[in-house]
Design a protein around this ligand. Structure first.
Ligand code: FES
Ligand code: FES
Length: 161
């Protein structure tokens, strides 16, 4: 099918790309833009490995048609923190031992970030709900939930200072 121009903001930078109507947002991120931090697990919207934030909400990029991202703001794991200065979620995932194979981690962090961007005092239930679509087969969820709670506290303190 005929390619179309897609304009959107990615991690704060304007992008203009030619995409096919059948491309997913995940295809564009990984294959066209080389942003392989966003993982492909099931490819069917079931595992959460491909989670990115689009207009403030976490989405499974493997089932979002790329053209649906037109004029949107998309954030990927590459846009949060740097190796010199990690995002609080990245720090707390490491500190709490919430990463094992790490395949689910980028998606988990993006889901958690979408929550914390709206709510810096989430309950354990809210955290569980936010990451309910992200499957991790290694760690169990307790350490992950603790990491998100602890990142929320750090971010809240940083904001209040
Ligand atoms: S790869 Fe998208 S939900 Fe599994
Ligand atoms: S750390 Fe392995 S799947 Fe989550």
């Amino acid at each position: 099918m005929k390619k179309k121009v897609l304009n959107f903001k990615l991690n704060g930078d304007p992008m203009e790309l030619l995409v096919s109507p059948e491309d997913t947002l995940l295809d564009v991120l990984r294959d066209q833009l080389g942003l392989t931090g966003t993982k492909k697990g099931c490819g069917k919207g079931e595992c959460g490995a491909c989670t990115v934030i689009m207009n403030g909400k976490s989405v499974n990029s493997c089932i979002v048609p790329a053209l649906q991202a037109m004029d949107s703001e998309v954030e990927t794991i590459e846009g949060i923190g740097t190796s010199e200065k990690l995002h609080p979620l990245q720090e707390t995932f490491i500190d709490h031992g919430a990463i094992q194979c790490g395949f689910c981690t980028p998606g988990m962090i993006m889901s958690a970030k979408a929550l914390l961007d709206q709510n810096l005092a989430p309950t354990r239930t809210e955290i569980k709900e936010a990451i309910a679509g992200n499957i991790c087969r290694c760690t169990g969820y307790v350490k992950i939930e603790e990491a998100v709670q602890s990142a929320a506290e750090i971010m809240k303190n940083n904001k209040e200072q």
